[in-house]
Design a protein around this ligand. Structure first.
Ligand code: NI
Length: 256
């Protein structure tokens, strides 16, 4: 049974077939899905799907790309209320730093403050976090190091092997999207080679990041097997072992 640990079914690209698709996952080998939120609205959607489907779980969080429209105090109080509203919520996420889309120093500083507050909330509620780190490796690492009690996952991992080892020593898992199926994925392949299987998770980040040979099409959890195949190939181990271990890793992290 596969566990797609990161998929955004709130995206409008699922409006025509969301229910059909989600309902069909267990019979297609995808036994678990975690849907993170990116703001208050999408976090509510994630909870709605998690309440409806026994194989879907939710995370609630505010994504760093939303930083401009956020008022920190009110957003954090809404988020805390939401995080306590359902037993189907298994993490705070996705949260982090995004220096690709956000260039202004004052907005980057606000992202850091939002990340710190959400890590503090995760600590208070004893929940794991789902970290988004795009072009902000050093600063993201520095901030998570200030919260040694908080565990979680670096999703859609794009950092170095050295950073992955540091994160693992802090209690984090490393998760990969379709990027590891791309021909130019040298850096990600090197990380997979050097990180033990019990520290890896797989995800689609649907509807984005479709793996080969579906690149450019809408992604869904139906394609999460491609990441398991890629890891099995890189590590030269049986596919079943990758599927079972990554699912166990996800269940353990998210307390499922
Ligand atoms: Ni995401």
């Amino acid at each position: 049974m596969l566990f797609d640990t990161h998929a955004h079914y709130d995206d409008k690209r699922f409006d025509d077939d969301r229910d059909e698709l989600l309902a069909s996952m267990p019979e297609n080998g995808v036994g678990l899905i975690l849907n993170p939120g990116c703001d208050i609205e999408t976090s509510k959607k994630a909870i709605e799907y998690a309440e409806k489907y026994s194989h879907v779980y939710a995370a609630v969080g505010i994504h760093p790309e939303c930083i401009e429209e956020i008022e920190l105090d009110s957003a954090m109080s809404e988020l805390k209320t939401l995080a306590l509203s359902s037993k189907r919520i298994k993490a705070i996420g996705e949260i982090g730093l995004d220096y690709y889309w956000v260039k202004e120093p004052e907005l980057r500083a606000k992202q850091a403050e939002l990340l710190r507050r959400q890590l503090a909330l995760a600590k208070e509620l004893n929940m794991p976090v789902i970290i988004h780190d795009r072009d902000a490796h050093a600063d993201t690492l520095k901030i998570v190091e200030d919260f040694p009690e908080v565990k979680g996952v670096f999703h859609c991992y794009s950092g170095s092997t050295e950073m992955a080892k540091r994160l693992i020593s802090l209690g984090y898992l490393i998760s990969f999207t379709g990027v590891i199926t791309y021909k130019n994925a040298k850096k990600a392949v090197e990380v997979v080679e050097n990180i033990p299987l019990d520290k890896l998770m797989i995800e689609t980040d649907s509807p984005y990041m479709s793996p080969e040979p579906f690149r450019g099409k809408r992604n869904s959890s139906l394609y999460v097997y491609r990441m398991a195949e890629a890891i099995a190939n890189i590590k030269n181990i049986p596919l079943d072992e990758v599927i079972n271990q990554t699912t166990e890793n996800g269940k353990k992290l998210f307390n499922i």
